[in-house]
Design a protein around this ligand. Structure first.
Ligand code: HEM
Length: 398
């Protein structure tokens, strides 16, 4: 039997039957993508090995000429001022860049971001008051993480609308024309260079100010790190809130349980991440020498995608994997990756998810989907999984 289609609206709407087929019949296989082929890894055990494999590099320059010609890594991967960040780096640069940023994620800064997350959430929820129907992606999931990233990086209030605009064009990358993305990227590149320069002359109490004070980071690495935090910390959290709320609203028993006992919320968020997480495939990896995973030999430069969604529904790792069951015990899910590139913002993302979803459920106890879930449309992206919109009826208490 042939490999099921791996792109298109039907696959984007529900990729899980195709992943199930692959896990059973071709767990490590080559799949056609626009412009080139790539390896796709779908079983949990193979995914966990691949994510931590020392001979799988992240540097896009290690990709085969076919992969680079297909430009699947977006034009962004080739600009030194945006591409020299930890997610594109291997030894010895990766640990250096990662340490610099982790050092800035201090408990004090995280606690401050929790307070800010609550404040921004309250403002967004207050703006919904009196409406019958709202779109939880546009009205909550999208604006919250961008406000928090702006705080973290120290983007001045006056510049936030511009920042937001460029970021939203790049975020909708898969849906936008290449020229449009390139224009927004040019603008963002200049914006970030100005922002970094501003931190040197007008230091603030923010992560970027801490980074500019360090002698062991180059100007390109500084702007690239700011860019990575913006992209990695934004779209992913939008998708956690959107996909997660959809899953919960489709499971009334679990919804009732968490309303009755808000202490269940961290387990619910964790299951949202496993059941329908924001990251479809981990970002590209390339063997630096022949590597065997799941019995298949991959040659140097061949692009590899590791399907986090497929791994997180592997029945060998998660009993009854298609059920939404908060409080699972056993192996951890892979929604934040694994190994040296494990998500640096996982704690912050969970805070944002808990605060946004917890506050929404408290304020609107009768919240309900306002559309047939099968009519919802999903981002057409090779890396991300998220909803364009999530219309709900607020059913505000009188
Ligand atoms: C890396 C998921 C939120 C910053 C990663 C990776 C995953 C991931 C899967 C590893 C990618 C790979 O190995 O190819 C998520 C999810 C999030 C989220 C599901 C939200 C629910 C955030 C936030 C931030 C952030 C809020 C920052 C404020 C990063 C960074 C890396 C990363 C900097 C690169 C780490 C490295 O290369 O060492 N994330 N992320 N993420 N994430 Fe997140």
């Amino acid at each position: 039997m042939a490999i099921p289609p791996m792109f298109g609206p039907a696959f984007d709407a529900d990729p899980y039957p195709a992943y199930d087929w692959l896990r059973r019949n071709a767990p490590v296989t080559r799949v056609p993508l626009p412009g080139c082929e790539a390896w796709l890894v779908t079983r949990y055990e193979d995914a966990a090995v691949a994510l931590s494999h020392p001979a799988l590099a992240k540097d896009p320059e290690r990709g085969s000429p076919e992969w680079r010609a297909a430009s699947l890594g977006l034009p962004l991967d080739h600009r030194p001022s945006l591409a020299r960040h930890m997610l594109n780096a291997d030894q010895p640069d990766h640990p250096r860049l990662r340490r610099l940023v982790s050092a800035a994620f201090t408990p004090r800064r995280i606690a401050g971001l929790r307070e800010r997350t609550q404040e921004v959430t309250e403002t967004l929820l207050a703006a919904m008051a009196g409406k019958d129907e709202v779109d939880l992606v546009t009205d909550l999931a999208y604006p919250l993480p961008i406000a928090i990233i702006c705080d973290l990086l120290g983007v001045p209030e006056a510049d936030r609308a511009t920042f937001h605009h460029h970021a939203s064009v790049i975020d909708s990358a898969a849906a936008s024309a290449v020229e449009e993305i390139t224009k927004a990227t040019d603008a963002l590149e200049l914006f970030l260079a100005d922002l970094v320069a501003g931190k040197r002359t007008h230091p603030g109490d923010d992560l970027l100010t801490e980074l500019v004070r360090r002698p062991d980071i180059t100007p390109d690495e500084l702007t690239s790190t700011a860019f990575l935090l913006l992209i990695a910390g934004h779209e992913t959290t939008v998708a956690l809130i959107g996909n997660g709320l959809l899953a919960l609203l489709r499971h009334p028993e679990q919804l009732a349980a968490v309303r009755a006992d808000p202490d269940l919320l961290p387990d619910v968020i964790d299951e949202m991440l496993r059941y329908d997480g924001p990251v479809r495939n981990a970002t590209w990896r390339f063997p630096t020498e022949p590597v065997v995973i799941g019995g298949q030999e991959m040659l140097p430069g061949e692009p590899i995608l590791i399907s986090l969604l497929a791994a997180n529904r592997d029945p060998a790792a998660f009993p009854d994997p298609d059920a939404f069951t908060p409080g699972r015990i056993g192996v951890p899910h892979l929604a934040f990756g694994r190994g040296p590139h494990y998500c640096i913002g996982a704690a912050l993302a969970k805070i944002e998810g808990e605060v946004a979803i917890g506050s929404l459920l408290r304020r609107y106890p009768d919240l309900a989907l306002a559309t047939d879930p099968d009519q919802l449309t999903w981002w057409p992206s090779a890396i991300m999984r998220g909803l364009f919109s999530l219309p709900v009826r607020l059913n505000e208490p009188k």
